[in-house]
Design a protein around this ligand. Structure first.
Ligand code: SF4
Ligand code: SF4
Ligand code: SF4
Length: 404
Protein backbone atom coordinates (compact mmCIF):
# COMPACT_ATOMS: atom_id res chain seq x y z
CA UNK A 1 0.00 0.00 0.00
CA UNK A 2 2.86 2.39 0.78
CA UNK A 3 4.50 1.57 -2.54
CA UNK A 4 1.17 2.16 -4.33
CA UNK A 5 0.76 5.51 -2.56
CA UNK A 6 4.33 6.43 -3.49
CA UNK A 7 3.54 5.79 -7.16
CA UNK A 8 0.03 7.28 -7.18
CA UNK A 9 1.18 10.47 -5.47
CA UNK A 10 3.64 10.95 -8.31
CA UNK A 11 0.88 10.58 -10.88
CA UNK A 12 1.20 6.92 -11.90
CA UNK A 13 -1.88 4.69 -12.14
CA UNK A 14 -1.48 1.73 -9.80
CA UNK A 15 -3.41 -1.52 -9.38
CA UNK A 16 -3.12 -3.44 -6.09
CA UNK A 17 -3.76 -7.16 -6.57
CA UNK A 18 -4.71 -8.57 -3.14
CA UNK A 19 -5.28 -12.29 -2.68
CA UNK A 20 -7.28 -11.88 0.55
CA UNK A 21 -10.74 -10.26 0.88
CA UNK A 22 -9.15 -7.30 2.74
CA UNK A 23 -5.93 -5.30 2.53
CA UNK A 24 -3.42 -5.40 5.38
CA UNK A 25 -1.96 -8.91 5.45
CA UNK A 26 -0.19 -10.08 8.59
CA UNK A 27 -0.26 -6.61 10.15
CA UNK A 28 -4.03 -7.01 10.69
CA UNK A 29 -3.13 -9.39 13.51
CA UNK A 30 -0.73 -7.04 15.32
CA UNK A 31 -1.61 -4.36 17.85
CA UNK A 32 1.47 -2.21 18.52
CA UNK A 33 5.11 -1.92 17.54
CA UNK A 34 7.84 -2.19 20.19
CA UNK A 35 8.05 1.62 20.12
CA UNK A 36 4.34 1.75 21.09
CA UNK A 37 2.86 2.86 17.74
CA UNK A 38 -0.76 1.76 17.15
CA UNK A 39 -0.59 -0.60 14.14
CA UNK A 40 -4.35 -0.90 13.62
CA UNK A 41 -4.84 2.86 13.54
CA UNK A 42 -1.94 3.22 11.11
CA UNK A 43 -3.41 0.47 8.94
CA UNK A 44 -6.93 1.96 8.95
CA UNK A 45 -5.57 5.38 7.95
CA UNK A 46 -3.41 3.81 5.24
CA UNK A 47 -6.32 1.79 3.78
CA UNK A 48 -8.56 4.88 3.80
CA UNK A 49 -5.93 6.90 1.95
CA UNK A 50 -5.36 4.11 -0.61
CA UNK A 51 -9.11 3.71 -1.23
CA UNK A 52 -9.63 7.47 -1.57
CA UNK A 53 -7.21 7.94 -4.48
CA UNK A 54 -8.50 7.68 -8.06
CA UNK A 55 -5.07 6.65 -9.25
CA UNK A 56 -5.20 3.41 -7.20
CA UNK A 57 -7.47 0.49 -8.05
CA UNK A 58 -7.75 -2.28 -5.49
CA UNK A 59 -8.64 -5.81 -6.61
CA UNK A 60 -9.39 -8.07 -3.63
CA UNK A 61 -9.85 -11.86 -3.73
CA UNK A 62 -7.62 -11.61 -6.77
CA UNK A 63 -5.29 -14.30 -8.04
CA UNK A 64 -2.49 -13.84 -10.58
CA UNK A 65 -2.79 -16.61 -13.18
CA UNK A 66 -0.68 -15.31 -16.05
CA UNK A 67 2.19 -12.94 -16.65
CA UNK A 68 4.16 -11.97 -19.72
CA UNK A 69 5.96 -9.17 -21.54
CA UNK A 70 9.04 -7.17 -20.71
CA UNK A 71 10.04 -4.00 -18.87
CA UNK A 72 7.67 -1.19 -19.74
CA UNK A 73 5.22 -3.58 -21.41
CA UNK A 74 4.00 -6.28 -19.01
CA UNK A 75 0.60 -7.97 -19.08
CA UNK A 76 -0.75 -9.68 -15.97
CA UNK A 77 -3.83 -11.89 -16.02
CA UNK A 78 -5.84 -11.91 -12.80
CA UNK A 79 -8.92 -13.83 -11.68
CA UNK A 80 -10.94 -11.47 -9.48
CA UNK A 81 -13.60 -11.86 -6.83
CA UNK A 82 -15.96 -14.68 -6.00
CA UNK A 83 -17.15 -14.79 -9.63
CA UNK A 84 -13.52 -15.22 -10.77
CA UNK A 85 -13.91 -12.88 -13.73
CA UNK A 86 -10.72 -12.52 -15.74
CA UNK A 87 -8.96 -9.17 -15.94
CA UNK A 88 -5.90 -8.33 -18.05
CA UNK A 89 -3.72 -5.51 -16.75
CA UNK A 90 -1.14 -3.83 -18.97
CA UNK A 91 1.59 -2.21 -16.90
CA UNK A 92 5.10 -0.86 -17.09
CA UNK A 93 6.51 -2.17 -13.80
CA UNK A 94 5.56 -4.66 -11.08
CA UNK A 95 6.23 -4.51 -7.34
CA UNK A 96 6.09 -7.82 -5.48
CA UNK A 97 4.77 -7.34 -1.94
CA UNK A 98 3.09 -10.66 -1.17
CA UNK A 99 4.11 -10.77 2.50
CA UNK A 100 4.87 -13.75 4.72
CA UNK A 101 3.25 -15.63 7.59
CA UNK A 102 4.10 -16.80 11.07
CA UNK A 103 5.55 -20.33 11.25
CA UNK A 104 3.03 -22.84 12.65
CA UNK A 105 4.99 -24.69 15.34
CA UNK A 106 5.13 -28.47 15.56
CA UNK A 107 7.13 -28.23 18.78
CA UNK A 108 6.39 -27.77 22.53
CA UNK A 109 2.79 -29.11 22.52
CA UNK A 110 1.57 -26.37 20.18
CA UNK A 111 -1.83 -27.39 18.85
CA UNK A 112 -2.20 -29.99 21.62
CA UNK A 113 -2.58 -27.69 24.63
CA UNK A 114 -4.37 -24.35 24.19
CA UNK A 115 -2.10 -22.74 26.79
CA UNK A 116 0.78 -23.02 24.32
CA UNK A 117 0.48 -20.09 21.90
CA UNK A 118 2.63 -18.00 19.54
CA UNK A 119 3.75 -14.39 20.00
CA UNK A 120 1.08 -13.13 17.55
CA UNK A 121 -1.60 -15.07 19.44
CA UNK A 122 -0.29 -13.64 22.74
CA UNK A 123 -0.53 -10.12 21.30
CA UNK A 124 -4.20 -10.75 20.48
CA UNK A 125 -4.88 -12.43 23.83
CA UNK A 126 -3.46 -9.49 25.80
CA UNK A 127 -5.58 -7.07 23.74
CA UNK A 128 -8.74 -9.10 24.41
CA UNK A 129 -8.26 -10.40 27.97
CA UNK A 130 -5.47 -8.30 29.50
CA UNK A 131 -2.90 -9.93 31.81
CA UNK A 132 -4.54 -9.84 35.26
CA UNK A 133 -4.99 -13.65 35.23
CA UNK A 134 -1.38 -14.34 34.29
CA UNK A 135 0.98 -15.28 37.14
CA UNK A 136 3.84 -16.61 35.08
CA UNK A 137 4.48 -16.61 31.33
CA UNK A 138 7.39 -18.52 29.80
CA UNK A 139 8.51 -17.61 26.28
CA UNK A 140 10.69 -19.92 24.18
CA UNK A 141 12.78 -18.35 21.41
CA UNK A 142 13.94 -19.60 18.01
CA UNK A 143 10.96 -21.91 17.41
CA UNK A 144 11.10 -23.04 13.80
CA UNK A 145 14.22 -20.93 13.12
CA UNK A 146 17.95 -21.63 13.30
CA UNK A 147 17.44 -25.38 12.92
CA UNK A 148 18.16 -27.91 10.18
CA UNK A 149 14.88 -27.20 8.38
CA UNK A 150 15.24 -23.39 8.50
CA UNK A 151 18.84 -22.46 9.35
CA UNK A 152 18.39 -18.68 9.34
CA UNK A 153 17.39 -16.30 12.12
CA UNK A 154 13.93 -14.80 11.65
CA UNK A 155 15.24 -11.42 12.94
CA UNK A 156 12.00 -10.18 14.44
CA UNK A 157 10.94 -12.72 17.06
CA UNK A 158 13.36 -11.54 19.77
CA UNK A 159 11.87 -8.05 19.65
CA UNK A 160 8.32 -9.54 19.49
CA UNK A 161 9.01 -11.41 22.75
CA UNK A 162 10.38 -8.29 24.45
CA UNK A 163 7.50 -6.17 23.13
CA UNK A 164 4.93 -8.61 24.54
CA UNK A 165 6.88 -8.93 27.81
CA UNK A 166 6.66 -5.13 28.17
CA UNK A 167 2.98 -5.22 27.37
CA UNK A 168 2.31 -7.86 30.06
CA UNK A 169 4.43 -6.01 32.63
CA UNK A 170 2.66 -2.71 31.91
CA UNK A 171 -0.75 -4.35 32.47
CA UNK A 172 0.27 -6.47 35.46
CA UNK A 173 3.72 -5.80 36.94
CA UNK A 174 3.33 -8.87 39.19
CA UNK A 175 3.32 -11.29 36.24
CA UNK A 176 6.57 -13.23 36.17
CA UNK A 177 7.93 -13.28 32.59
CA UNK A 178 10.72 -15.67 31.60
CA UNK A 179 12.35 -15.62 28.18
CA UNK A 180 14.31 -18.78 27.31
CA UNK A 181 16.67 -17.91 24.49
CA UNK A 182 19.63 -19.16 22.46
CA UNK A 183 20.82 -15.66 21.54
CA UNK A 184 19.02 -12.35 21.90
CA UNK A 185 19.09 -10.56 18.58
CA UNK A 186 17.58 -7.16 19.22
CA UNK A 187 19.74 -5.49 16.61
CA UNK A 188 20.53 -1.77 16.32
CA UNK A 189 18.63 0.56 18.63
CA UNK A 190 16.27 -2.26 19.67
CA UNK A 191 19.00 -3.23 22.13
CA UNK A 192 17.76 -0.46 24.46
CA UNK A 193 14.44 -2.33 24.79
CA UNK A 194 16.32 -5.49 25.79
CA UNK A 195 18.21 -3.55 28.48
CA UNK A 196 14.92 -1.98 29.65
CA UNK A 197 13.24 -5.41 29.81
CA UNK A 198 16.01 -6.63 32.14
CA UNK A 199 15.55 -3.54 34.29
CA UNK A 200 11.82 -4.26 34.54
CA UNK A 201 12.51 -7.74 35.87
CA UNK A 202 11.98 -9.95 32.80
CA UNK A 203 14.13 -13.06 33.37
CA UNK A 204 16.37 -14.08 30.47
CA UNK A 205 17.72 -17.65 30.60
CA UNK A 206 19.95 -19.09 27.91
CA UNK A 207 19.60 -22.65 26.62
CA UNK A 208 21.66 -24.77 24.23
CA UNK A 209 20.36 -25.90 20.84
CA UNK A 210 21.21 -29.50 21.87
CA UNK A 211 19.22 -29.33 25.12
CA UNK A 212 16.06 -27.35 24.36
CA UNK A 213 13.42 -26.83 27.05
CA UNK A 214 10.78 -29.52 27.61
CA UNK A 215 7.13 -28.55 28.04
CA UNK A 216 4.67 -30.82 29.86
CA UNK A 217 0.97 -30.30 30.24
CA UNK A 218 -0.75 -30.71 33.64
CA UNK A 219 -4.01 -29.79 35.37
CA UNK A 220 -2.37 -27.06 37.47
CA UNK A 221 -0.49 -25.50 34.53
CA UNK A 222 2.29 -26.12 32.05
CA UNK A 223 5.62 -27.33 33.40
CA UNK A 224 8.69 -26.08 31.58
CA UNK A 225 12.01 -27.83 32.27
CA UNK A 226 15.37 -26.52 31.11
CA UNK A 227 19.03 -26.48 32.13
CA UNK A 228 20.46 -23.23 33.46
CA UNK A 229 23.94 -22.94 32.00
CA UNK A 230 25.21 -20.70 34.83
CA UNK A 231 23.83 -22.70 37.78
CA UNK A 232 24.47 -25.94 35.83
CA UNK A 233 21.20 -27.19 37.22
CA UNK A 234 17.92 -28.41 35.82
CA UNK A 235 15.16 -25.93 36.51
CA UNK A 236 11.45 -26.61 36.48
CA UNK A 237 8.86 -23.81 36.42
CA UNK A 238 5.10 -23.81 36.36
CA UNK A 239 3.53 -21.43 33.83
CA UNK A 240 0.01 -20.28 32.91
CA UNK A 241 1.09 -19.74 29.34
CA UNK A 242 3.98 -20.93 27.19
CA UNK A 243 4.57 -18.53 24.32
CA UNK A 244 6.55 -19.69 21.30
CA UNK A 245 8.58 -17.14 19.35
CA UNK A 246 7.76 -18.69 15.99
CA UNK A 247 9.75 -17.32 13.10
CA UNK A 248 8.44 -16.05 9.81
CA UNK A 249 8.10 -18.20 6.73
CA UNK A 250 7.53 -17.38 3.07
CA UNK A 251 3.90 -17.54 2.02
CA UNK A 252 2.76 -19.15 -1.24
CA UNK A 253 5.68 -17.71 -3.19
CA UNK A 254 6.35 -20.74 -5.38
CA UNK A 255 3.32 -20.45 -7.64
CA UNK A 256 3.80 -16.72 -8.30
CA UNK A 257 7.54 -17.22 -8.81
CA UNK A 258 6.78 -19.86 -11.46
CA UNK A 259 4.18 -17.69 -13.21
CA UNK A 260 6.40 -14.59 -13.22
CA UNK A 261 9.69 -16.51 -13.63
CA UNK A 262 11.22 -14.87 -10.56
CA UNK A 263 14.03 -16.38 -8.48
CA UNK A 264 13.48 -17.47 -4.87
CA UNK A 265 16.15 -17.98 -2.23
CA UNK A 266 16.54 -21.21 -0.24
CA UNK A 267 13.92 -20.09 2.28
CA UNK A 268 11.36 -19.42 -0.47
CA UNK A 269 11.51 -15.61 -0.34
CA UNK A 270 11.82 -13.52 -3.51
CA UNK A 271 15.45 -12.72 -4.22
CA UNK A 272 16.81 -9.29 -5.07
CA UNK A 273 19.20 -8.76 -8.02
CA UNK A 274 22.09 -7.71 -5.77
CA UNK A 275 21.98 -7.49 -1.99
CA UNK A 276 23.95 -4.23 -1.84
CA UNK A 277 23.83 -2.63 -5.29
CA UNK A 278 20.21 -3.41 -6.29
CA UNK A 279 18.44 -4.31 -3.04
CA UNK A 280 14.84 -3.77 -4.23
CA UNK A 281 15.29 -4.70 -7.91
CA UNK A 282 14.70 -8.24 -9.06
CA UNK A 283 16.82 -9.97 -11.69
CA UNK A 284 14.17 -9.27 -14.35
CA UNK A 285 14.20 -5.61 -15.33
CA UNK A 286 11.14 -3.59 -14.30
CA UNK A 287 10.19 -5.88 -11.38
CA UNK A 288 10.83 -4.80 -7.80
CA UNK A 289 10.32 -6.39 -4.39
CA UNK A 290 9.54 -5.08 -0.92
CA UNK A 291 8.35 -6.14 2.52
CA UNK A 292 8.27 -9.63 3.93
CA UNK A 293 7.96 -11.14 0.44
CA UNK A 294 11.70 -10.48 0.43
CA UNK A 295 12.48 -11.85 3.92
CA UNK A 296 11.31 -11.35 7.49
CA UNK A 297 11.47 -7.75 8.63
CA UNK A 298 9.86 -5.22 10.96
CA UNK A 299 6.96 -2.99 9.90
CA UNK A 300 9.24 0.08 9.93
CA UNK A 301 11.74 -1.73 7.66
CA UNK A 302 8.91 -2.86 5.38
CA UNK A 303 7.65 0.71 4.99
CA UNK A 304 11.16 2.00 4.16
CA UNK A 305 11.66 -0.76 1.61
CA UNK A 306 8.27 -0.15 0.00
CA UNK A 307 9.18 3.52 -0.50
CA UNK A 308 12.52 2.46 -1.98
CA UNK A 309 10.71 0.10 -4.40
CA UNK A 310 8.28 2.88 -5.40
CA UNK A 311 11.22 5.21 -5.93
CA UNK A 312 13.07 2.71 -8.15
CA UNK A 313 9.85 2.03 -10.10
CA UNK A 314 9.31 5.77 -10.58
CA UNK A 315 12.84 6.19 -11.92
CA UNK A 316 12.00 3.60 -14.53
CA UNK A 317 8.50 4.88 -15.38
CA UNK A 318 9.68 8.47 -15.79
CA UNK A 319 11.85 7.60 -18.78
CA UNK A 320 10.34 8.39 -22.17
CA UNK A 321 12.50 5.71 -23.83
CA UNK A 322 14.23 2.57 -22.62
CA UNK A 323 17.72 1.73 -23.80
CA UNK A 324 18.20 -2.00 -24.19
CA UNK A 325 21.53 -3.74 -24.01
CA UNK A 326 23.23 -4.46 -27.34
CA UNK A 327 24.50 -7.75 -25.88
CA UNK A 328 21.64 -10.14 -26.62
CA UNK A 329 21.37 -13.61 -28.10
CA UNK A 330 19.84 -14.42 -31.50
CA UNK A 331 18.99 -17.73 -33.15
CA UNK A 332 20.00 -18.84 -36.63
CA UNK A 333 16.71 -20.48 -37.68
CA UNK A 334 18.38 -22.63 -40.35
CA UNK A 335 20.54 -24.34 -37.75
CA UNK A 336 17.99 -24.78 -34.95
CA UNK A 337 16.89 -28.37 -34.39
CA UNK A 338 14.20 -27.41 -31.83
CA UNK A 339 15.86 -29.57 -29.19
CA UNK A 340 14.55 -27.20 -26.42
CA UNK A 341 17.89 -27.11 -24.59
CA UNK A 342 17.98 -23.30 -24.73
CA UNK A 343 14.35 -23.13 -23.56
CA UNK A 344 15.23 -25.22 -20.51
CA UNK A 345 18.59 -23.62 -19.74
CA UNK A 346 17.74 -19.90 -19.88
CA UNK A 347 17.40 -18.66 -16.27
CA UNK A 348 14.96 -15.95 -17.43
CA UNK A 349 12.72 -18.20 -19.55
CA UNK A 350 13.31 -16.14 -22.72
CA UNK A 351 13.69 -18.64 -25.63
CA UNK A 352 10.40 -19.97 -27.01
CA UNK A 353 9.72 -22.33 -29.88
CA UNK A 354 7.67 -20.30 -32.40
CA UNK A 355 5.06 -21.30 -34.95
CA UNK A 356 7.82 -22.13 -37.46
CA UNK A 357 9.02 -24.81 -35.06
CA UNK A 358 12.33 -23.11 -34.22
CA UNK A 359 13.61 -21.32 -31.14
CA UNK A 360 13.11 -17.56 -30.94
CA UNK A 361 14.71 -15.11 -28.49
CA UNK A 362 13.03 -11.79 -27.72
CA UNK A 363 15.87 -9.26 -27.53
CA UNK A 364 13.86 -7.03 -25.19
CA UNK A 365 13.77 -9.84 -22.61
CA UNK A 366 17.26 -11.31 -23.10
CA UNK A 367 19.81 -10.47 -20.38
CA UNK A 368 22.78 -11.45 -22.55
CA UNK A 369 24.12 -13.94 -20.01
CA UNK A 370 25.24 -16.31 -22.80
CA UNK A 371 24.13 -19.56 -21.14
CA UNK A 372 21.98 -20.66 -24.09
CA UNK A 373 24.87 -19.89 -26.47
CA UNK A 374 27.14 -22.26 -24.61
CA UNK A 375 24.43 -24.93 -24.29
CA UNK A 376 23.11 -25.04 -27.88
CA UNK A 377 24.44 -28.30 -29.42
CA UNK A 378 23.80 -27.04 -32.98
CA UNK A 379 25.73 -23.78 -32.40
CA UNK A 380 22.62 -21.99 -33.63
CA UNK A 381 22.76 -19.16 -31.09
CA UNK A 382 25.09 -16.19 -31.24
CA UNK A 383 25.63 -13.53 -28.58
CA UNK A 384 26.06 -10.08 -30.19
CA UNK A 385 29.56 -8.69 -29.62
CA UNK A 386 30.74 -12.09 -28.40
CA UNK A 387 30.59 -14.05 -31.64
CA UNK A 388 32.92 -17.02 -32.03
CA UNK A 389 35.03 -15.24 -34.68
CA UNK A 390 35.47 -12.22 -32.43
CA UNK A 391 36.48 -14.31 -29.42
CA UNK A 392 38.88 -16.47 -31.46
CA UNK A 393 40.48 -13.36 -33.01
CA UNK A 394 41.03 -11.94 -29.53
CA UNK A 395 42.51 -15.23 -28.31
CA UNK A 396 44.85 -15.35 -31.34
CA UNK A 397 45.94 -11.76 -30.72
CA UNK A 398 46.53 -12.49 -27.04
CA UNK A 399 48.62 -15.55 -27.79
CA UNK A 400 50.47 -14.03 -30.74
CA UNK A 401 54.12 -15.01 -30.46
CA UNK A 402 53.41 -17.71 -27.87
CA UNK A 403 53.51 -20.39 -30.64
CA UNK A 404 56.99 -19.45 -31.82
S1 SF4 B 1 15.14 -13.21 16.19
FE1 SF4 B 1 15.71 -14.19 18.12
S2 SF4 B 1 14.12 -15.75 18.45
FE2 SF4 B 1 14.00 -15.14 16.30
S3 SF4 B 1 15.25 -16.66 15.24
FE3 SF4 B 1 16.56 -14.87 15.67
S4 SF4 B 1 17.56 -15.33 17.61
FE4 SF4 B 1 15.83 -16.75 17.41
S1 SF4 C 1 19.44 -25.21 -28.11
FE1 SF4 C 1 19.94 -24.59 -30.21
S2 SF4 C 1 19.12 -26.22 -31.47
FE2 SF4 C 1 18.19 -26.47 -29.47
S3 SF4 C 1 16.24 -25.31 -29.63
FE3 SF4 C 1 17.76 -23.88 -28.82
S4 SF4 C 1 18.58 -22.84 -30.65
FE4 SF4 C 1 17.51 -24.66 -31.36
S1 SF4 D 1 21.59 -15.09 -23.42
FE1 SF4 D 1 20.92 -15.69 -21.35
S2 SF4 D 1 19.09 -14.46 -21.01
FE2 SF4 D 1 19.45 -14.39 -23.21
S3 SF4 D 1 18.21 -16.05 -24.00
FE3 SF4 D 1 20.27 -16.89 -23.68
S4 SF4 D 1 20.19 -17.80 -21.63
FE4 SF4 D 1 18.41 -16.43 -21.81
Amino acid sequence: MNAALGLANQGFETVIVEKEPELGGLSRQLSTTIEGADIQKYLDDLIKEVMSLDKIQVLTNALVVGFGGFQGNFTTEVLVGPTMYERKINHGVAIIATGAREYTPKEFLYGQDERVITQIELDRRIEEKGASDLHRVVMIQCVGSRNEENPNCSRICCQSAIKNAFHIKSLNSDTDVWILYRDIRTYGLLETYYAEARRRGVKFIRFDKETPPIVESGAEGLTVMFKDHILKQDIRVLADLVVLSAGMVAQDTEELATIMKLPLNQEGYFMEAHVKLRPVDMASEGIFVCGTAHGSKLISETISQSLAAASRATTFLSQSEITLSAVTARVDEDRCAACLICVRSCPYGVPKVNEKGVSEIDEALCHGCGICVAECPAKAITLNWYEDDQIMTKVDALLEGAYA
